[in-house]
Design a protein around this ligand. Sequence first.
Ligand code: FMN
Length: 386
Amino acid sequence: MDLDLKYPAISDLRNKARRRLPKFAFEYLDSATGTELGYQRNRDAWDSITFMPQILQGEHSFDLGCSFMGQKFDLPFGIAPVGMSGMIWPGAEKILATTAARHKIPYSLSTVAAADPEEVGPHTGGMGWFQLYPPADPKIRRDMIKRAKEAGFSTLVVTVDVPGESRRERQRRALISMPPKMTPSIICSMVMNPHWSLAMARAGAPRMKFPESYVDASGSDAFVHAGRLIRGWPDWDYLAELRSEWQGNMLVKGVMVPQDAKRLVTMGIDGVWVSNHSARQFEAAPSTIEQLPLIRDAVGGEYPLIVDSGISGGLDIMRALALGADFVFLGRAFHYAVAALGDKGGDHLVHILKSDLCANMSQIGSKTLSDLPSKIHHRGVCETSI
Ligand SMILES: Cc1cc2nc3c(=O)[nH]c(=O)nc-3n(C[C@H](O)[C@H](O)[C@H](O)COP(=O)(O)O)c2cc1C
C-alpha cells in the first residue's frame, strides 16, 4: 500500500487513529482543556502567517540539516514528550525512539511515559532527551536525572507549565481513569478496537513506570502516589538548584513570557521551549507563534529556541523557523501516526513533514532554513505584537 496516497496528511493519520483506538485513548491524546478555543487560537495564529510566492528560482535542492545546542540533526523538528504514550499505542516510546534514531531527530521521553529511561535509552541512537516533571524531593530528583543520564539521555527538558491538574473535560467525558480500569465501558471500547487490544494484551497494562519506581505501593495506589511525587511546584530557586545538578544541556519547556525567557538565559539555561502545552493546561493563553517573535527579541538572535503547540504540517514548520524558532516539536501528530500505522507511523510522518516542508520552501524560492526569515510576507497576528 502506498502510504502517501492513503495518508498524505496528519489529518488522515488522526482519522485513522480515531478509528483504531478505544475512545478513552483517543480522547486522552486529542483533547485540550475547557472549550478548546485555546487550541483553535493556536491554529488561527499559524494559519494567519503568509509568504509571497517567488517565481523563476531555477533548480532546487534543499539542505534541511541543522545544528542545535551543539548537536547535529538531519531535520529541524523532533518528537515532543507525551505522558502515558504506551497507553495510546503499546510500545509507542520504543517505536518513536527508533524513528528518531533512524532520521537523526530528537525524541523527548516523558517522566510519565509508560516505559522508563533504561528501556528506551538503548533505542535512541544518541537522539534521546529526557523530560522532567520536577519532583518535590531533591533526592528523588537527583536520582531521576542520574538514571536518565546513565540511560543515554543527553539533554534535560524541564517542564514548568503544569502547576496543577487541568480539567480537560472532553477527556473526562470519555470516562478515562488513570491507571486505566476495567469498567464496562472500557471493556466495550476495547472489544470494538481489536488491533489496540491485542497489542495491549501483548505489552501488558500501561503504567507510569519511572515515577512508580520511587513509591512504596502497588496497583492504582502506586499510580496515584507517583502522580503526587512529580508535582513538585518548582520555583526559580528550585530551577537554580536543578541547573547546578545537571551538567549537560538543559531546556525549560512551557515558556510564554519574554521576561521569563530573559531570566532563564541569565540563569544559564541552555535553551527555551516556547509552548502552551497545546492548550491542554490553560485555555486563555496567547498562541505560541504570537509569543515566539517577542521571545526571540528578548533573548537575542543566537539563543536556542524551540516552539510547539498545534503544528499541523511542514508549512507550519516553515512558519516557525521564519519567525525565530531554531527547532520545532510535535506531540499529538507523532502519536496519531503510531496509533494509525504502528511501527511504520513515525517514518511516514517524518516523510510527510519533510516533503511538505520542501514543497513549500520551493514555492518561496528558499533553499536553506536560514533564509526563511527573509521570505515572510505577512506575520499574521504576530504583526501587531512587534
Ligand atoms: C497526550 C499528551 C500528553 C502529554 N504529556 C506531556 C508530558 O508528559 N510532558 C510534557 O512536557 N509535555 C507533555 N505534553 C505536551 C507536549 O510535549 C507538547 O508540548 C504538545 O503536545 C505540542 O503540541 P501538539 O500536540 O499540538 O504538537 C503532552 C501532550 C499530549 C497531547
